[in-house]
Design a protein around this ligand. Structure first.
Ligand code: VG1
Ligand code: CO
Length: 544
């Protein structure tokens, strides 16, 4: 086997963000940029040493090239087996499952998730560990440190492998197995959900659904599971063909970017249930006829109804949510008598809790929910979960939600994003807020009084690692909350996210328009952070 050692010059900007390294494609196409980062990963995790590595991506532009490069480099770095998704495809949750199922030491997922694709779009690399979950903070930091010292990378001098044909081939001394990206995942879903019951719902004439795959990775998964296995009519899955540029749109399901689906569900022809997933298949957006379910509410509903799903009929060990996610979940946990953990944003913070068996279910306000079945959030899983609740309880989405609010009260919620703003201005805005938190308590704000304000810091209950500066929280005496943080997944300038939450126990006020209910909180959030003056923006670029 001919292993080449190629000289390289280190890059100093390969710091992973909330979810791996994400950069414009043009950055990744710089000489040996991709190779350096991969070499940094392989060296940090101690090389291949007879281990198995899973490799796949969301199919975006540059995916196929990256997969060939990663395979050659993994072979040269000593991996014994590579498990590659056919055509280079693996959704993030499917990759997580494969890592676990095959006992791999880790996996590479080429994805920039909901960021745009194509030559002008973004590309990304996530490294997941043997538990199937995103690299921990500690590992991510070590990879970054290593990347700054890479002076050579290794690869085998072999031709491209055929990633479009199932089966085993060799690459130097490494065995490469090209696998169907869907089948293991579909099998896993079958262990959690009652497929017969779901098939009954999806083939009944009184129930219709639509699933928008946004020309991203979930197309093949949704078609195979919803249409082929569960018998939903062909055409239930729309935009089902993964395209390298996602058809030119941002594969980011939310109220702003899934306008067509939202309008459809609020219009004349609305069906009973609709959902969408993102670029790499880990997010989900849930809609009923004339109702949008906020991801925070969705998570709380999943927890409250978990007992109807066979995979969770034994109960939940505990639950967790990211800090900015609304506290609707906390109320359910309280009633169930199980612990509820509050973690920083990003799935990597759930890993230890899941591994230790302290939680079964977790999620984020950013359209992510998941459980201990894998170590990533899982878009289609959430859809099957919702369908199960609908089937078992025999209620439409809006009834399920109303019923939930009746029981627990409603957490009105919205996120306001100021995207692609000047990074220096965004950082100084956050610094200014940080300076204020110490003496905010007791001040009047949005018709109430600040009861507590801080910059969120988290100590992992399992390994005691500490993550600081995870977002400014301002809690009000009436139960409302404002949270500010900067995005760690964007690639152009900075994105400020403001999360607004107001609790309402009184059932007769639950039908109010969320925008109106949150209006004074939104105004207060803007003036506290001096948004127009600091960012030069009058209003957010995205509200969801
Ligand atoms: C965003 C979301 C966060 C999510 C992350 C990765 O991060 O807020 O909740 O875990 O994306 O999701 P940020 O730092 O931009 O706010 V994905 O679908 O890109 O894997
Ligand atoms: Co994603």
């Amino acid at each position: 086997m001919n292993v080449l050692t190629m000289p390289a010059r280190p890059y100093d900007d390969q710091r992973p963000g909330t979810s791996g390294l994400r950069k414009p494609v043009a950055i990744f196409r710089q000489p040996h940029y991709l190779e350096n980062y991969l070499q940094a990963i392989f060296e940090t995790v101690g090389g291949g040493a007879n281990r198995t590595l899973v490799i796949g991506g969301d199919g975006r532009f540059f995916n196929r090239e990256a997969i060939q490069t990663a395979s050659r480099m993994a072979a040269a770095n000593g991996y014994k087996h590579l498990v590659v998704g056919r055509a280079g495809l693996l959704s993030t949750p499917a990759a997580s499952h494969l890592i676990r199922k095959r006992g791999a030491s880790g996996g590479l997922i080429f994805s920039a998730s909901h960021n745009p694709g194509g030559p002008e779009g973004d590309f990304g690399i996530k490294y997941n560990s043997a538990n199937g979950g995103p690299a921990s903070e500690t590992l991510s930091r070590a990879i970054y440190a290593r990347s700054k010292r890479i002076v050579a990378y290794r690869l085998v001098d072999e031709p491209d492998i055929d990633i479009d044909r199932l089966g085993k081939v060799s690459l130097g001394e490494t065995e490469v197995e090209v696998v169907d990206p869907v089948s293991d995942y579909a099998e896993l879903m079958e262990t959690l959900f009652d497929f017969e019951r779901l098939a009954e719902l999806l083939t009944s004439t009184s129930f219709k659904m639509r699933f928008d795959a946004m020309h991203a990775i979930t197309g093949p998964y949704a078609r195979a599971i919803l249409e082929e296995r569960l018998g939903a009519p062909v055409g239930t899955v729309i935009n089902g063909k993964p395209l390298p540029d996602f058809g030119g749109a941002k594969p980011d399901p939310n109220l702003g970017r899934s306008r067509n689906l939202v309008d459809f569900m609020f219009g004349q022809d609305a069906v009973n249930f609709a959902a969408a997933s993102d670029g790499d298949g880990d997010r989900n957006m849930i809609l009923g006829r004339k109702i949008f379910v906020t991801p925070s509410d969705s998570l709380a509903v999943l927890a409250a109804n978990a007992h109807v799903v066979p995979g969770y009929s034994g109960g939940l060990a505990g639950v967790a949510r990211s800090m900015p996610t609304s506290r609707a979940l906390d109320r359910v946990a309280q009633e169930l008598g199980v612990p509820c953990f509050e973690t920083p944003t990003g799935w990597k913070f759930f890993g230890n809790l899941l591994d230790a068996g302290r939680i079964t279910l977790c999620g984020e306000e950013s359209f992510g929910a998941g459980s201990d079945h894998v170590r990533e959030k899982d878009g289609l899983w959430a859809v099957l979960f919702w369908l199960t609740i609908i089937a078992v309880r025999g209620m439409p989405v809006h009834r399920i939600i109303k019923d939930h609010w009746d029981r627990y009260g409603r957490h009105f919620y919205a996120r306001h994003d100021y995207e692609a703003v000047d990074a220096a201005a965004a950082n100084s805005l956050m610094d200014a807020l940080r300076d204020q938190v110490g003496d905010m308590a007791g001040k009047r704000l949005a018709g109430s009084i600040v009861s507590m304000a801080d910059d969120f810091s988290y100590t992992d209950p399992v390994d005691r690692s500490v993550a600081e500066r995870q977002g400014i929280r301002v809690l009000l005496e009436d139960g409302s909350r404002i949270v500010y943080r900067l995005s760690g997944t964007g690639t152009g300038g900075a994105t400020l996210r403001i999360y607004l939450e107001r609790y309402e126990a009184r059932a007769w006020l639950h039908d109010k328009d969320a925008r109106k209910v949150l209006n004074d909180l939104s105004f207060a959030a803007g003036s506290l952070a001096e948004i127009p003056a600091r960012l030069g923006r009058e209003r957010p670029s995205l509200v969801t």
